[in-house]
Write a protein of this length. Sequence first.
Length: 464
Amino acid sequence: MSAQDQFNKFIRRYQVTGRNWIQRRDLSRRQWLQLAGGVAAVGLGSATAQAQSGIRIDKLDVKLINRAKNVIFILLDGAPSHVDLFDLKVMPGVTPASFKPETVNGVLMPTGILPKLTEALPDYAIVRSMRSWALVHGLAQTWTQIGRNPTSALGEIAPSIGSIVSIEKQAERTAGQVFPTFLALNTASPSGSGYLPGSYGPFKVTPSTAGVRNTTNVDGEARFKSRYDMLLRMDATMRQDSPLGKSVDDYADFCDAARGLTYNPTVDATFRFTAADRAPYGNSGFGDACLVAQKALKANAGTRYIHIRFGGWDDHAGIYDANRLPARAKQLDDGLAQLIKDLKASGLYDSTLIVMAGEFGRTVGRLSAANGRDHYLQQFCFLGGAGIKGGRAIGATDAQGASTTDPGWSAKRDVKPEDIEATIYSAMGINWTSIRYDDPFNRGFEYVPYAHDGLYQPLDELWK
């Protein structure tokens, strides 16, 4: 049995893969009693005791890559066509001549629409053997951000990858670092802190030349400070271990974090920019986010994980129209290439992991009747920085890009979002087999589901 077949067998037996509760297999009376006995013996014993002590356990002693200090995660919302971008498949009569396909260091690239990223190819690697779990935008986007099935037992309370990084790196924050550890750009509703305190959730900003709003008061700094200090004195008894519960504690943390951003010259220097600053990044919303991400890391003010949303890739119709994929590819090319260039210039690229993917890919072969491409499981993942050996593709697909023919890594199967999650944790020096025993269900929250069973693992081949 191949590694892929073994993996699929495990998934069929143990893991929920997106079915709703009414479709899931019923338990017999005997199975239910066996399960209930197990919960009584184990769940209410060791798990409860561990939850009460608030400990985290590393299930396996694993070797960590530990090369990244920071992460920039770019979600290509809407799902870009893998066969038109980073797993290019040239089809006569379909692929536009303007794509100018060219093989660079053994990697076929659309140099006509990604000229700068083609030139920057030595700085990143492309995983072509990745395959999504689901073809529903919301479900798959959340899955990508939390590294597990959102419909699973802990899916609805699961912290995002950025929140896990945030809580793991909290002890490394130093005095004067007022930026949130987790920053989310160009997104109104990223996955958040889940059951963890709200302080580990994302600080959401839409970049603009005006910077972060409401960081000063019309009555001046002195008057603002006296009012805020009076507020603290008035509700001091409610701010720590509030009898009103977690939401009030989270609100107090939020206010303290916001106060640190007011009247702070580092905030203005980081989040404000000029027309001249944004021009090299392509004068786009995505480019602005890349610019602010670079500045936030350069400020070294506490931010370690940055989520950037770049939407609009849902090309069901007119995919090759000038204002659709080609236009977005130009924004991607300008913004991401300049981000890499500036991170390298500042010396941050070797300590910053860039991960970029959509929630899934798009159909292969000829276009649909609407001249578009529909949802498809096969996809790509772009990874660069943090010592990754670039200039290559890991894994390969068939002539149409429909399925994986060579996984290209030690697991010998398709790469899954959970594997990318494990890769991020390992790169950041975080044990991906860890389990937290502080979740509200007392089940134990696995950083990567089933990782201690060996089901998912980092792509160490990126560094080899």
